[in-house]
Write a protein that binds this ligand. Sequence first.
Ligand SMILES: [Zn+2]
Length: 342
Amino acid sequence: MKNLLPVSSAGSLPKPVWLAQPETLWSPWKLQGDALVEGKQDALRLSLQEQIRAGVDIVSDGEQSRQHFVTTFIEHLSGVDFENRKTVRIRNRYDASVPVVVDAVTRPKPVFADDAWFLRQLTDQPIKWALPGPMTMIDTLYDNHYKSREKLAWEFAKILNQEARELEAAGVDIIQFDEPAFNVFFDEVNDWGIAALERAIEGLKCETAVHICYGYGIKANTDWKKTLGDEWRQYEAVFPKLQQSNIDLISLECHNSRVPMELIELLRGKKVMVGAIDVANTAIESPEEVADTLRKALQFVDADKLYPCTNCGMAPLSREVANAKLAALSAGAQIVRNELGR
Ligand SMILES: [Zn+2]
């Protein structure tokens, strides 16, 4: 990466009004068939353009090609029944109607490879592509076949590895696995969660990242955060083992959160994507606020390993707000770059 402090976003960005209802999480598509394919590609062009204008260095598809960060991937797998759903508790936080694993899970064909090829031909900038992590996938399903969270996670890890290899071949520079479940099931993370993630990245030459956040700014998450006390020390349980893992980058939530910044020290040696933008409110951070968060992080991560980022995805925000937040992130990173250059 040529720039010091390369800027990226953690995940989803708002979709245009003609593709899906704005400011709505997991909003259904407004188009169908060929029109949907073309609509997603146009949205991707638009999102890329807006990221570049906002000064983002490592660009993404802004998740324009998916409705939900886990379900859209699972929809492409066989062995999962989407008709007869069951209600489960997601990350011990809220109930959701989810598909059921009824048979061995397999991936009959690539899921996002075509979208990644499409994005690759539109830009020379580094591309980051997000996939759900194995543990978060099993937490968004009811398993009636393997009857073991670990076994199912291992099967998903093998499938994710096939997908990741194709994304790499399409020219993706960083493959990110979203694992909000790593912030909840600490014993399982250390027992087999990180091992499953390492299975998912086996043999990859591109860089790999894991995104661990406190979730979108939806009520179930903000209510949960209120129960976490004055200091959020969840990362402390999983960072030591992640530091030892083969994952290259760790993406985490910092700005406006109660995560003690010194926990980043536990990752020393890893590249750290520091969330310097709050996605749970619509107030636009000032570049100085962003710079302040990055300066604090610099006490615990070397400058060449600091990647300014957002706390999480911004799909539920308006395009205006999301673009302004990305621009503030870039401007804040530039302030700190200038200071480091002196
Ligand atoms: Zn997130």
